[in-house]
Ligand binder design. Structure first.
Ligand code: ATP
Ligand code: AMO
Length: 479
């Protein structure tokens, strides 16, 4: 039988013979008597060497030195301390002296995408992000950088790259830490329906689908259901689930299917209690990522020369009133009205101003103008033109929207009718939602984060598609 040794543990097997399954990163014949291979398991690589001797034939050396890249092999060999650190491998202090090599599954030649190429950064145009060009750019005499399109078209090879494996290890970590923190706070993990009888936020950006002899829609947010669960007396709910948006947004931070990290909770006195939970949640996630996923984070940021993510030193996340944000932007030369929504460049500009002033890449804007928020948002008691709502930002880009919600059916109906565009509170998709507030629903607030955006901006990646295994955008529905 095969002894499946984890390569990360080879230090325990020095001068012993081990057998393990791995794949071939590359193999090269050095001479008739000598060949080298780079072998890989997950994020680890080790160098292997095979030299002809009275026990090993020259044919065997040639056979090993010409195994096709990406083939899955089973290797038996002696673990040896390397004479000097091996720079091309992640395990630098040891090497394998091959005795036997069995090709379990041979990979075709040529591959449509070299995994080595997938380890390198995207061409600069994709880094700017607004376009997905298929042309390839030379970078200082090296091989051309491969476009995002080519990589995504060959995603199962692309995903083999260490940088990509690392992105999804970090993404998985964000979900686990999100659940861990909120479970401890007493949140119940829920699953709300994704097939809806009507649009859940009244917007036009819903995908329609045929549902037997009726029309149905894909959920563009769990919004109505998480509130209906508060009305059902669950008190604190969280959800990690798919969100569908029929937005024709070809940007570096929009997908048509993404993962929503949602939560909703009852509060006692003030919606800032909920903002506090959201801030503590994110700080916990960032701090734990720094501890648990340092290796992956460093590897990814290294490829793109990304600065560390600055967290507020005091531990207090700046809560900047929207009007204060407008003031900061105006002082920096932007022209905008008191109740205007910020454009993406203005958001990024504010991100730079906040970084200068507060030395943090993570902050919150609070008290947004009511006119630019959804109809279910609670108006501010101090200024009817503002609302008890907030957005969270990372590196100057939005990762979360949230608000105190209206928990009174009369006020909600009124605000829906007056909304632009108006929403019918008695509509097929809204009536059950509006009615649930007739039966004593407590005050509550919540928020929704975009998981892929958290990962993108934490790591400083140029395109959100890199953070979705098989991304969906207006142009792409395969693979
Ligand atoms: P939210 O939906 O919570 O506002 P968001 O950050 O995705 O989240 P959107 O309203 O979808 O916000 O878009 C915000 C900004 O993104 C727009 O103001 C616009 O500047 C930019 N944007 C959206 N679609 C496009 C597009 N197709 N091309 C260029 N920019 C776009
Ligand atoms: P919103 O529409 O702002 O709010 O969405 C919440 C968060 O989801 C992310 N996001 C996206 N990520 C990738 N591609 C997209 N096309 C996309 N659109 C949005 C962003 C955004 O901040 N019901 C409210 C949430 C709430 O109030 O609880 C909502 O859906 O990170």
């Amino acid at each position: 039988g095969i002894v499946r040794v984890n390569l990360d543990d080879v230090a325990n097997n020095v001068d012993e013979e081990i057998t393990f399954r791995c794949w071939v990163e590359n193999a090269r014949v050095q001479s008739a008597k000598l060949a080298f291979l780079n072998l890989r398991q997950n994020l680890s690589t080790i160098q292997a060497v095979i030299a002809a001797s009275d026990k090993l034939s020259k044919q065997m050396v040639k056979f090993c030195g010409t195994v096709s890249t990406e083939s899955t092999v089973v290797v038996t060999g002696l673990v040896k301390k390397a004479p000097e650190p091996i720079k091309s491998a992640s395990i630098q202090d040891f090497e394998i002296h091959i005795k036997k090599l069995f090709i379990e599954v041979k990979a075709e030649v040529p591959l449509p995408l070299q995994v080595d190429d997938a380890e390198r950064p995207l061409p600069a145009e994709t880094a700017v992000g607004e376009e997905q060009k298929d042309e390839q750019k030379e970078e200082g005499g090296e091989r051309p950088l491969v476009s995002l399109n080519t990589r995504l078209n060959n995603r199962t090879l692309d995903l083999r790259a260490k940088i990509n494996q690392s992105i999804f290890v970090v993404k998985s970590g964000v979900c686990a830490i999100f659940q861990e923190f909120l479970s401890k706070k007493g949140f119940t993990l829920v699953q709300t329906p994704k097939i809806l009888g009507a649009a859940s936020e009244g917007g036009a950006n819903v995908f329609e689908l045929k549902y037997f002899d009726r029309q149905a829609y894909l959920a563009q947010s769990p919004q109505f259901y998480k509130q209906m669960l508060i009305a059902s007396r669950f008190q604190k709910v969280m959800e990690i689930g798919p969100v569908f948006r029929a937005e024709n947004s070809n940007t570096a931070r929009h997908l048509t299917e993404f993962t929503g990290l949602d939560l909703e909770m009852e509060f006692q006195e003030h919606y800032h209690e909920v903002m506090g939970v959201l801030e503590d949640l994110m700080l916990f996630i960032f701090n734990e990522l720094n501890v648990r996923y340092k290796r992956e984070t460093d590897l990814i940021r290294g490829v793109y020369h990304v600065d560390d993510f600055k967290l507020p030193e005091s531990g207090n996340v700046p809560r900047i009133p929207f009007t204060e944000g407008i003031k900061m932007l105006r002082e920096a030369g932007e022209t905008l009205g008191d109740y205007d929504d910020l454009t993406t460049p203005q958001e990024k500009h504010l991100g730079r101003l906040v970084l200068e002033k507060y030395n943090t890449d993570f902050y919150v804007l609070d008290q947004f103008p009511i006119a630019i928020r959804p109809a279910y948002t609670m108006p501010s008691p101090h200024d009817p033109k503002l609302s008890n709502s907030y957005d969270f930002f990372m590196r100057g880009q939005e990762i979360c929207s949230g608000a105190q919600r209206i928990h009174d059916s009369e006020l909600l109906s009124k605000q829906m009718r007056e909304h632009d565009p108006p929403i019918d509170p008695n509509g097929a998709g809204t009536k059950d939602y509006v009615d649930c507030f007739r039966y004593g629903c407590p005050p509550h607030a919540g928020g929704g984060f975009g998981l892929e955006r958290i990962v993108q901006f934490w790591l400083g990646l140029p395109n959100i598609r890199m953070c979705s295994l098989f991304p969906r955008d207006p142009q792409r529905v395969v693979p």
